[in-house]
Design a protein around this ligand. Structure first.
Ligand code: SF4
Length: 957
């Protein structure tokens, strides 16, 4: 029964920054809501902060120091707000922010803080909009289809009021299980929202299950070259897509590329196609692949690197392609089985929660997963970062309720008809085009439907993914996870205790056996931590021993990697290696005993017992870890490389080494050949970066496209005019020795100077996290006074979140490693200066060193054969971040002096498009950047598009 509905006053504040102790409130907006949650009255005031308004706040809000001149003092503003709010329930989005700023303002003004309780729409939105990845106010506003009102307090308060009304409808539309979980813990937001008695907001119905079909999707009445009408059209006038894709233009390079892809599908065989940035690669392969598959009834797989890229294709390009084909054409996404939520295990977890004492964290996580699944989000690998932070029980729960072959009841499952994995698999069986990721493609298991044709996008990452997929690894973290299962998660009792309870309900013989298994699990939980620690100590001792001689087996002298030990035959004579074998063996035995106990108990409990699945997974995982611990240190196959690692030197010193043992193939090429090239009719491998210095050799060698695997090769150049759009500036210090230890200082100095001429709009790519963080600290101190923000990947947020921040606020210097070399685009004027801090040669890890040794043994030059091409490919990927559209302009700066001094500069420069290259002494780099940025900008007509089209015309004639 809903309680009495409170009065709602929705509040928003703008401030000079995030910290209530140092920052000040400058703008307050509030709205009082009617019975039907519409706005009845408004309150707004600026506040004199007594300190200057920072530049970034003025940019964000439009509020200047002059606006605040003569504004009410904090005490007066607070008094006005208090009078307006009365005794209402105070509502805000991320309420702690507004509440803390207003409290601190009151404390400083020596007046009473605002009276009243707070309701946080952000907290409620996480559970009631579980299908969203982020719940910031602008994102919710967009989801609700409302216009974004800009960062001012009153419009933001009004937007928050809209969100509140929608949350009330979502609360009214909760499914029974979700409601029971939340009511069971008296979740405060639900009690408030229920008082609104809103009409329910229903979830969309689940998609209809596909009808069972034959092995192949049906052939449809389309022409295999039907793609051409979409991209080209009769008489040169594109049809179809032109109506559906804003800004679509006929692009000869794209048509040429699509024709080549179509030819591979028609003729069969393997093709490696480098498709330069900006030519419309995705549609260029999707359209011919889709039309070929539809016309022939042959299923096509499209593989890309990550699940995020799969989802991007599903959101953007695949619906467009579907619209060009007949009704019966089907496409779907497919991920690995363990990404999917198991309906039965989730139902069991919900039921168990009903019987147990209320566990707030677990109930919230369960309600979240139930709501997310009901709205079609069943991919456990894509749980949003914020949800994992805010719901501490979520990560363990996700692991517990994932689908797995080991725990699946198959035909006996009562929820088989609703099983997410089975439905996804059935959709793939019925689809003409299935979008997968490289890891799933390489698994070659029965998870994939039958296929003969494949397009591999982001193919430059295929061999990295294959190395990962064909590697084995066991580590302290995985052992810790097993121990977590034994100890019980959150407020769960220990597994042994739960098994003893289960044993009491069985017959005498079975009960005794389960109780014995429980004792064995208890002993394992006690002994395994010590065994794991001892193995870490043994690896540390071996690392010290290896580092004490010529260092050939130890990793490079770098704090992060000092404890990487390549397990070479040469180390096997050392007593420390014997100790490693002994301690790996002891831990393996402990895990084997655990696996045997868990398997025995699992066999004795009925399949539908709630501990059965946990025991099966525990037994499987413990047995797998035990096997690897025995195998890896003994590995003698010359085609594999094994190594041991300790997480970091400081942890070793602190006596808590986190260890890992890994075994990788020397090259992934053999595995890729076996899994792919032998079984396919046709394959197109494509990416913007497959060649090094104009040659596909390195890529082909790493992917096994050699010998009897013939392939056509072709480079489709980017349509961008780099001579007109970009300049490459190389810092040049003739005669300067290469001093890596001074690099970070020099990089910081140069970035400070560059920031002064660019005012941000700069992405700097690093090869080493530690140096990047040092540079971030050094540069940030200097440039933030000028309104330029310095954001470093990992230090200030994830690559994705910082990239988003950069797009919104380009007055930023964004520093990145890894994913920012490849994974994010910044079209337009957001990015005008790309800095490559250091040439991206691979780290000398055991795998690279083993390849080096194998080359030397074969009398080959390892540097030219794979070390240099790998660096060139990564350099090209980083370089490709700058120019993303035909109207972009900008400067690439390389701070690594080796690019002007070493002979291999030719390989790097020959891999770049035709463009102007200038060298500048260190003291002049910023001035040269400034000069070229001004020149490139001036060369753009006010309407850049028109200027470029005119120039294209001129060239064409
Ligand atoms: S069929 Fe297997 S994976 Fe699917 S819901 Fe049932 S137990 Fe879970």
């Amino acid at each position: 029964m809903p309680g009495r509905r409170p009065q709602f006053v929705v509040i928003d504040t703008e401030t000079t920054g995030l910290d209530p102790r140092h920052d000040r409130v400058i703008d307050i907006g509030a709205v009082r809501l009617d019975e039907d949650l519409t706005v009845a009255a408004r309150f707004t005031t600026l506040v004199d902060p007594g300190i200057p308004v920072p530049l970034f706040v003025t940019r964000l809000t439009g509020i200047t120091d002059a606006d605040l001149d003569g504004a009410p003092a904090p005490a007066a503003a607070l008094a006005g707000l208090q009078e307006f709010a009365g005794d209402a329930l105070l509502v805000a989005h991320n309420a702690a922010f507004d509440r803390d700023h207003l409290r601190e303002t009151a404390r400083r003004a020596k007046v009473a803080p605002l009276a009243g309780d707070w309701f946080d729409t952000l907290e409620a939105a996480l559970l009631l909009y579980p299908e969203l990845d982020r719940h910031a106010l602008p994102i919710l506003v967009e989801e609700l289809g409302l216009p974004w009102p800009a960062h001012r307090a009153l419009p933001d308060a009004e937007a928050t009021a809209e969100v509140l009304a929608r949350l009330a409808r979502r609360a009214a539309g909760l499914a029974p299980d979700e409601r029971r979980l939340l009511e069971g813990i008296s979740w405060p937001p639900l009690a408030v929202l229920d008082t609104c008695a809103a009409s329910p907001d229903e979830a969309p119905p689940p998609p209809a299950p596909p009808t069972a079909g034959a092995d192949r999707p049906p052939a449809l009445p389309v022409e295999a070259d039907g793609w051409r009408a979409q991209l080209d059209g009769a008489g040169g006038a594109p049809a179809g897509l032109a109506d559906r894709l804003p800004g679509f233009r006929r692009r000869p390079a794209q048509i040429d590329y699509a024709a080549a892809v179509a030819d591979v599908f028609a003729q069969g065989g393997v093709a490696v196609f480098e498709a330069g940035t900006g030519m419309g690669k995705s549609l260029g392969y999707l359209l011919p692949a889709a039309h070929a598959g539809a016309a022939s009834g042959r299923r096509v797989l499209v593989s890309t690197k990550t699940k995020a890229l799969q989802r991007q294709l599903a959101r953007a390009e695949l619906p467009l392609v579907a619209a060009t084909l007949p009704e019966g054409w089907r496409w779907t996404l497919l991920m690995g089985r363990e990404n999917y939520l198991c309906r039965r295990r989730l139902s069991e977890a919900v039921a168990a929660q009903g019987e147990a004492l209320p566990d707030v964290e677990r109930s919230l996580a369960l309600a979240y997963l139930c709501g997310r699944a009901r709205r079609g989000e069943v991919d456990l690998s894509a749980l949003p970062y914020r949800a994992l932070q805010v719901l501490p029980a979520l990560a363990d729960l996700a692991r517990e309720v994932r689908s797995s072959r080991a725990t699946c009841l198959g035909r006996h499952c009562p929820l088989r008809g609703e099983c997410h994995w089975r439905l996804a698999r059935a959709r793939a069986e019925a689809a003409h085009l299935v979008c997968v990721n490289h890891a799933l493609l390489l698994s070659a298991g029965d998870a994939l439907p039958a296929f003969e044709d494949v397009v591999i996008d982001e193919a430059h990452l295929l061999y990295h993914e294959a190395t990962e997929a064909f590697s084995d690894r066991v580590d302290a973290a995985s052992v810790e996870r097993l121990l977590g299962d034994l100890r019980g998660h959150r407020r769960q009792r220990r597994l042994a205790q739960r098994l003893r309870t289960a044993a009491r309900k069985l017959g005498p013989d079975e009960g005794r056996a389960v109780a014995q298994a429980a004792d064995a699990c208890e002993r394992a939980a006690e002994e395994i931590p010590g065994l794991s620690r001892a193995l870490g100590d043994a690896i540390a001792a071996l690392a010290r021993s290896a580092a004490s001689d010529d260092g050939s087996a130890a990793g490079p002298a770098h704090p992060e990697y000092a404890s990487t030990v390549w397990l070479t035959p040469g180390l096997r004579d050392r007593p420390e290696y014997d100790a490693l074998l002994v301690h790996a063996g002891l831990l393996s035995e402990g895990l084997s005993r655990l696996a045997a106990a868990a398997a025995a108990a699992g066999e004795l409990l009925p399949e539908d017992h709630r501990e059965h699945s946990i025991l099966v997974v525990l037994a499987d995982d413990a047995a797998a870890a035990a096997g690897l611990l025995l195998d890896l240190p003994e590995e003698r196959d010359p085609e594999t490389v094994s190594w041991a690692e300790l997480e970091s030197a400081p942890r070793v010193a602190a006596g808590a080494p986190r260890w890992a043992l890994t075994r990788s193939p020397l090259t992934p090429a053999t595995g890729i050949r076996e899994v792919l090239w032998g079984r396919l009719r046709s394959a197109v491998l494509t990416s913007a970066t497959l060649t090094a210095a104009g040659s596909f050799s390195y890529f082909r060698e790493m992917t096994g496209i050699t010998g009897d695997v013939d392939a056509r090769e072709r480079v489709f150049p980017s349509p961008f005019d780099y001579r007109r759009q970009a300049v490459l500036v190389l810092e040049h210090a003739p005669g300067d020795a290469w001093r890596p230890d001074e690099l970070a200082v020099r990089q910081g100095e140069r970035l400070r100077q560059i920031a002064q001429v660019t005012g941000g709009r700069t992405l700097a790519l690093f090869t080493n996290t530690r140096d990047m963080h040092r540079v971030a600290a050094a540069v940030g101190e200097h440039v933030e006074d000028d309104g330029v923000l310095v954001l470093a990947q990992g230090l200030h947020g994830s690559a994705a979140s910082l990239a988003e921040e950069f797009r919104t606020h380009p007055e930023t210097i964004l520093l990145g490693v890894d994913t920012l070399w490849t994974g994010q685009d910044f079209p337009g004027d957001t990015l005008t200066c790309l800095v490559i801090a250091k040439l991206p040669f691979p780290r000398l890890d055991p795998l690279v060193r083993a390849r080096e040794r194998a080359c030397a043994a074969a009398g080959e030059r390892w540097f030219e054969r794979f070390y240099l091409p790998e660096a060139v490919l990564k350099f090209r990927q980083g370089f490709g971040r700058l120019i993303r559209t035909e109207t972009d302009t900008g400067v690439v700066v390389v701070l690594d002096h080796r690019l002007t001094q070493k002979a291999y500069r030719r390989d790097f420069l020959a891999s770049l498009p035709d463009m102007e290259v200038v060298e500048a002494p260190p003291a002049h780099v910023a001035a040269v950047v400034d000069h070229h940025l001004r020149r490139l900008t001036a060369a753009r007509a006010p309407d850049g598009r028109a200027a470029i089209d005119a120039s294209d015309e001129a060239r064409a004639t």
